[in-house]
Write a protein that binds this ligand. Structure first.
Ligand SMILES: [Zn+2]
Ligand SMILES: [Zn+2]
Length: 366
C-alpha cells in the first residue's frame, strides 16, 4: 500500500516536469509562428496554405520555364505569382531566393524587397544568402536616385549576412566596401578629406577594427560582428594600396600614420613602401629605403634567433652589462683629452701633414 503511494507521487512529479518542459518548448515554437502569422494569407483554405503554396510554386516554375527573359511586360505577373506563394507560405526559402534573383536586374527594388522580407523572417534566420543578395543588389544594381538610403540598408544587410556566416571573406569585404562608399559620399573621415577610394577603404576598415574593440593592436582578433578574421593584415594591404595610389597625399599619409601607430606598431615596416623586413636588414628589400635595424645582438651584431646570441653567447642581461661598460669606457675617454688634447694635437699634427702631402701629389703627377 505504502509503496504504491510513493510510486504514484513519483509518476505525478515526472508528469508535471515533462508537462512543464513540453509547454515551454511549445511556447518558443508558437512565438516563432506568431511572428509570421500576420504574413500568412487570410484566404479560406482551411489551413491548407502550405499545400496551396506548393501547388502555386509548381505552377510558377512551369510559368517561368516558358519565359525567354524577365522583361518590363512580365515583371508584374511574376511579382503577383511570387507574392501568392509567399503569402501562403512565408517560410518558402527557395521562392525568396529564386524570385529575388529574377528581379535583380530588371526590377532591383522588387528584388531587394523580396530578399529583405526573407532575410527578416525569424524562421529563416540561418540563411545568410538572402541578406547578402539584398545588400549586393542595393550596392550593384541600384543608384542613389532609386533610394538615397541604399548604402545604409546594404550595410545592415551585409552585417546580418556576416553574423549568420562569418567564414566567408567576400561578405566582410562587401561590408567594408559599402562603408567606404558612404565615406566617399560624405567626403571626409573624422574631418580629414577623403582623397580617393583606396583611402576611403582604409578608413572604413580602420573604423571596423576600432568597433571590434581593437585598442593597442597587440593581441587582437575580431571586429564589430565577432568575425574571427584578424583585420590587421587587411589593414596593412589597404595602407600599402592607399600609399601607392597617391604617395605624397597629405591626408592619406596622416591616416596611414594613425593606422601604423594604433594597429601595426608591433610590425617592422619600411617607412617608404610599408613592406615588412627581416631582423638584421639595413635596407628595405622591396624599395631600397634605409630602415631601422632590429633583432640583432647588441654586442656583436649577429642576428638573434633565440634567447642567447649564437655567436657571442650573451643574453639580454649580459648585453646590457657589456654595453654599460663600453659606455663608461667611452665617457672616461671623453673626459681625459679635455685637458691634454689642446696641447698635444698641434704639436703632432703640424710636422706630419707636410710629410704626407707630397707623397699623395707625387703619384698624381705621373
Ligand atoms: Zn620599402
Ligand atoms: Zn652576439
Amino acid at each position: 500500500m505504502k509503496k504504491s503511494v510513493i510510486t504514484h507521487i513519483v509518476v505525478m512529479i515526472i508528469a508535471v516536469a515533462l508537462g512543464w518542459y513540453l509547454a515551454s518548448s511549445l511556447t518558443v515554437q508558437r512565438a516563432d509562428i506568431i511572428k509570421i502569422e500576420k504574413q500568412i494569407s487570410k484566404a479560406p483554405l482551411g489551413g491548407f496554405n502550405k499545400f496551396a503554396s506548393d501547388v502555386q510554386w509548381m505552377l510558377f516554375i512551369n510559368y517561368c520555364g516558358g519565359l525567354d527573359a524577365v522583361k518590363a511586360e512580365n515583371v508584374e505577373e511574376i511579382y503577383k505569382r511570387l507574392n501568392g506563394i509567399l503569402n501562403n507560405d512565408p517560410n518558402h526559402e527557395a521562392a525568396y531566393e529564386m524570385g529575388g534573383m529574377m528581379f535583380s536586374v530588371r526590377a532591383p527594388q522588387k528584388a531587394v524587397e523580396i530578399f529583405t522580407r526573407g532575410a527578416e523572417n525569424p524562421n529563416l534566420k540561418d540563411n545568410w544568402r538572402l541578406p547578402f543578395y539584398a545588400g549586393f543588389v542595393l550596392t550593384q544594381h541600384m543608384k542613389d536616385s532609386d533610394d538615397d538610403k541604399r548604402l545604409q540598408k546594404a550595410e545592415k544587410m551585409f552585417r546580418m549576412a556576416l553574423e549568420r556566416n562569418n567564414s566567408l571573406p567576400h561578405i566582410l569585404s562587401a561590408l567594408i566596401r559599402t562603408r567606404a562608399k558612404q565615406l566617399m559620399k560624405r567626403g571626409n573621415w573624422k574631418g580629414v578629406p577623403i582623397a580617393n577610394d583606396k583611402h576611403a577603404y582604409l578608413c572604413a576598415l580602420y573604423d571596423e577594427w576600432r568597433q571590434g574593440g581593437g585598442t593597442g593592436g597587440e593581441v587582437f582578433s575580431g571586429n564589430a560582428v565577432g568575425v574571427s578574421t584578424d583585420l590587421r593584415p587587411m589593414l596593412l594591404v589597404a595602407a600599402q594600396k592607399a600609399k601607392a595610389s597617391a604617395p605624397n597625399d597629405k591626408n592619406i599619409l596622416n591616416t596611414i600614420d594613425k593606422v601604423m601607430d594604433k594597429v601595426l606598431k608591433a610590425e617592422h615596416l619600411c617607412a617608404k613602401c610599408l613592406n615588412s623586413y627581416a631582423p638584421g636588414d639595413r635596407f628595405c628589400g622591396a624599395c631600397g629605403n634605409r630602415v631601422v635595424v632590429y633583432g640583432t645582438c647588441p654586442v656583436c651584431g649577429n642576428i638573434m634567433k633565440a634567447k642567447y646570441c649564437s655567436r657571442c653567447g650573451c643574453d639580454d642581461a649580459r648585453a646590457k652589462e657589456i654595453i654599460n661598460k663600453r659606455l663608461e669606457r667611452r665617457r672616461a675617454r671623453m673626459a681625459r683629452p679635455a685637458v691634454a688634447a689642446p696641447v698635444v694635437k698641434p704639436a703632432v699634427a703640424v710636422p706630419v701633414k707636410p710629410a704626407v702631402k707630397p707623397a699623395v701629389t707625387a703619384p698624381a703627377a705621373k
